[in-house]
Ligand binder design. Structure first.
Ligand code: KG4
Length: 329
């Protein structure tokens, strides 16, 4: 069978990324230009600045991706771009670029959901992974337990009722003075601490989550006791989050009878959460999958992989495609 080569474009937040992926699983290139050092100055992503930087970066990043993959546009079968969810101005840059490229090259455009991309990151790391399986999607904008029925069919079994886990990590990090991006800094600091601080665990019915109570409790504690050991606080926060995630994952496994669980999204890079999920794998007859670290956070290879599965189903778009900032799975 002829190989299918997809060009992926990602610009939903503060990473401009273009990738070339063969048959949905083999990464030929995955160029990521991160704007972290720019937004760090402001303590978070400034949407307008993100859009401007995407405009500047997208052409060179695309050229570099083609060069590293050793292909030209002629070799590409389809152009997959993230059209949501994300920051509207940032998304528009990738969407407009992909549309122009599709028009100029005559190659089909594949509108790709960023969340599907995070799930697809696992297909790149685990060549043998096939649906059905469960996904615990833990990112800056989403926290969901998803039943992946097929490559393009999903059912959300549970979701956060307030903050996404990554959002809670980032807000706690900001208040305790770690700055942006909070998640990786909390991860590092927590390793120096002991999880010995009692924090409230918010239980929600079914498979839903709630993290805002925990976040507020940590922030209030820090305000009341400014000398509190920050490393212990970070470790206690992480432990609490991991317990909630594992509790709901176990419930989802019990309810569905599906024992394969794939982690996805930026927070799945967290070393403590990965370690705790590995224990779950050791304890029970459960298979846990984690994308390699580079594929946990935003990148275009995962978009090209998700795009590939839509492309082979015939799900292509026309040039009326627009960005959808609050797109759901
Ligand atoms: O998936 P992602 O790159 O963007 C979205 O699609 O939302 O996730 C970004 C989130 C941020 O909240 C960031 O702080 C968090 O993932 N994150 C982490 C770690 N690395 C990234 N959170 C905890 N521990 C980490 N090591």
């Amino acid at each position: 069978m002829k190989d299918t080569i997809i060009l992926g474009i990602e610009s939903s937040c503060d990473e401009t990324s273009v990738a070339v992926v063969k048959n949905g699983r083999e990464v030929l290139s995955n160029v990521i230009n991160t704007q972290i050092s720019i937004h760090e100055l402001y303590g978070g992503v400034v949407p307008e600045i993100a859009s401007r930087n995407h405009v500047e970066n997208i052409s060179p990043v695309m050229k570099e991706a083609l060069k590293q993959a050793n292909v030209t546009l002629d070799d590409i079968d389809g152009i997959a771009c993230t059209y949501g969810p994300g920051l509207v101005g940032a998304l528009l840059v990738g969407v407009a670029y992909a549309k122009a490229l599709s028009y100029a090259s005559g190659k089909p455009l594949i509108a790709t959901n960023h969340i599907e991309g995070h799930i697809a990151a696992n297909y790149i790391t685990y060549k043998e992974l096939k649906p059905p399986f469960l996904t615990l999607l833990i990112s800056g904008g989403n926290t969901q337990i998803v039943l992946v029925k097929d490559y393009t069919r999903f059912e959300i079994l549970g979701k956060t009722r307030d903050d996404a886990v990554g959002e809670a990590f980032d807000k706690v990090a900001r208040v305790i003075g770690l700055g942006y991006p909070g998640g990786p800094k909390m991860d590092k600091l927590a390793k120096e601490g002991t999880p010995n601080i009692e924090l409230p665990k918010v239980h929600v019915d079914g498979l839903d989550f709630s993290f805002s109570g925990l976040k507020t409790a940590v922030i209030n504690l820090h305000h009341k006791m400014p000398d509190i050991n920050k490393a212990d606080l970070a470790a206690s926060f992480e432990k609490n989050v991991a317990e909630i995630l594992i509790e709901n994952t176990k419930k989802a496994i019990k309810e569905t009878g599906i024992t394969k669980i794939a982690l996805a999204g930026g927070v799945s890079a967290n070393s403590y959460i990965r370690k705790e999920f590995s224990k779950l794998q050791d304890e029970k007859n459960i298979e846990v999958y984690y994308p390699e670290l580079k594929l946990c956070t935003d990148n275009a290879a995962m978009i090209a992989s998700a795009g590939y599965y839509n492309f082979i189903k015939g799900n292509t778009s026309d040039l009326t495609l627009n960005a959808v900032p609050n797109l759901k799975l």
